[in-house]
Ligand binder design. Structure first.
Ligand code: BES
Ligand code: MN
Ligand code: ZN
Length: 525
């Protein structure tokens, strides 16, 4: 799907030919003299429309508009959250098969965040999963024009949002694929595909190398499966070589049966989403490849299935992790922390500025925070604050949880350095305490996305979260840490900018547009 940004007020938007014109009507809307403004003003006056976010009125071929359908939608205060709410309220019309061209017009002032929210909401509303359907109808929407009062003012936010959408949809696509269409090997192939983008490299390690590195905890989880494990290592090199990278570690359990501590049958299918942490890391790289910010990022994904089998690891087995610490595996269903702990040990070799792991780690986190906020755990206040802020501004929020050492008491074992579970109480926190034993002094954060990575029920499907949060965080880091241009009086400035940090993050150093990367046989690119 193509997005376009145009300077377009309601008057001009009315003459855009399209299947659906969405006019975002904010509080304090000042109608002009054009027919659509007049319609909106009348509808507001008669109580048939309200400016409350999400209130809407749909019209068919109204006079004065070139659009077949017009949706007047209340946009509340016009901020990102309200705009998202407004557009999702007309998601049905956006997704309708006859809707191929949409124009979204801001009838009031368009803030950068709100424009970004509009792009994301249109993408979210029109997304369709097709990969494993035989008579799949692809996304009908092919073009979306976003009309604002002044396009140059929001150009950067718009371009960033379009790139972000590519990342979110990449994550959604891989999250949604059934486990037999998203094996560790296929996930690794998808990662290798990302290396076609500028500045991205990918290395994939197989079982022999993982064994050689001593990743005994990761190996223990993979033992019960016929599918060979993969350890994926991605690099995005956007800054100088000596610049410490941010390392992202994504849980890549492509299916979690629970292993010998097997899960009950109801809703077990949803454990195909247990690689959504991994998918979010891939999605971030997809977006980085498009945006080309000045930052170094490493992505690590331990990917395998968790299956019961004659060779599977058993409750009570003791394994040795790459860190040398031994683990009594009391419950084989607490496998996420086992694959992550070895990846966290591996992460230290990059001397990272920060390590962030992303995992559908605990059902307990779903109970604690539901599907609204991801759980955030961190041993570093500045890192926690930066991630929290990124979540708020990206409309992809998280909530910080405690890490008191007392929570680790239950992890004590009589037979190893630690057990892998600590009872039901505070389950998401004890899981985080387990991970913390593998990061030492590194600035580290853990995002438990068990509640936010996918939706169940009728709307079952991956959300692409927390790609928005992570990309926002990385972009902020790239800007904060870019070398400052020396402040020279105007006359002394060199004619050509040197290492200008103010360059739009979307402009690649090469100047070349990023090639399209497609997940095989899918609409997500
Ligand atoms: N992948 C699950 C966590 C999960 C469960 C996410 C349900 C979303 C919905 C994880 O591997 C797991 O099974 N965790 C156990 C840990 C327990 C055995 C300590 C859990 O949460 O029940
Ligand atoms: Mn499990
Ligand atoms: Zn799991």
């Amino acid at each position: 799907m193509n997005f376009d940004l145009k300077t377009l007020e309601l008057t001009a938007a009315a003459s855009e030919k399209c299947d659906l014109l969405i006019a975002l009507i904010p509080e304090g809307f000042k109608p002009g003299k054009d027919p659509l403004s007049t319609l909106a003003a009348q509808a507001l006056k008669n109580g048939d429309l309200a400016t409350k976010a999400g209130k809407s009125l749909q019209l068919y071929q109204p006079g004065g508009a070139a659009a077949r359908r017009v949706a007047l939608v209340g946009a509340g205060d016009g901020a990102a959250r309200a705009v998202r709410q407004a557009l999702l309220a007309v998601a049905g019309a956006i997704k309708a098969p006859q809707t191929k061209r949409v124009v979204v017009c801001f009838a009031g002032k368009a803030q950068a965040d709100a424009v970004s929210a509009a792009v994301q909401a249109v993408a979210e509303a029109s997304y369709v999963y097709t990969t494993t359907k035989s008579k799949a109808e692809a996304r009908s929407l092919s073009r979306c024009v976003v009309g604002v009062h002044s396009a140059p003012d929001v150009r950067e936010a718009f371009d960033t949002a379009v790139a972000l959408v590519a990342g979110i949809e990449f994550a959604r696509e891989w999250g949604n694929r059934p486990a037999n269409h998203a094996t560790p090997t296929l996930l690794a192939d998808a990662a290798k595909g990302l290396a076609k983008l500028p500045r991205i490299q990918c290395k994939v390690h197989g079982p022999a190398e993982v064994a050689r590195m001593g990743m005994g905890a990761f190996l223990a989880v993979a033992r019960g499966s016929e599918e060979p494990l993969r350890f994926i290592e991605l690099r995005y090199n956007g800054a100088a070589k000596d610049k410490a990278p941010v390392v992202l570690v994504g849980k890549g359990i492509t299916f979690d049966t629970g292993g010998i501590s097997i899960k009950p049958a109801p809703e077990m299918d949803e454990m195909k989403f247990d690689m959504c942490g991994a998918a979010s890391v891939l999605g971030v790289f997809r977006a980085l490849g498009e945006m080309q910010p000045e930052i170094n990022v490493v992505g690590l994904v331990p990917a395998c299935e968790n299956m019961p089998d004659g060779r599977a690891v058993k409750p009570g087995d003791v394994v040795t992790s790459m860190s040398g610490q031994t683990i009594e595996i009391l419950n084989t269903d607490a496998e996420g922390r086992l694959v992550l702990c070895d990846a966290l040990t591996y992460a230290a070799r990059f001397k990272p500025a920060a390590v962030v792991d992303i995992a559908t780690l605990t059902g307990a986190c779903v109970i604690a925070l539901g599907g609204v906020r991801s759980g955030l755990f961190a041993n570093n206040d500045a890192l926690a604050a930066a991630l929290q802020e990124a979540g708020e501004s990206a409309q992809d929020p998280c909530w910080r949880m405690p890490l008191d050492d007392d929570y680790a008491d239950g992890l004590k074992s009589n037979f190893a350095d630690m057990g892998n579970v600590a009872g039901r109480a505070g389950g998401s926190i004890t899981a985080a305490k387990f991970l913390q034993k593998y990061v030492g002094e590194l600035p580290w954060a853990h995002l438990d996305i068990a509640g936010t990575a996918w939706k169940g029920g009728a709307a079952k499907g991956s959300t692409g979260r927390p790609v928005g949060l992570l990309v926002q965080y990385l972009l902020k880091q790239s800007q904060a840490k870019a070398p400052k241009a020396p402040k020279l009086p105007k006359a002394d400035r060199p004619a050509t900018a040197v290492g200008s940090p103010s360059l739009s993050p979307l402009r690649a150093r090469t100047g070349k547009a990023a090639p399209a990367v497609r997940a095989p046989k899918s609409g997500a690119a």
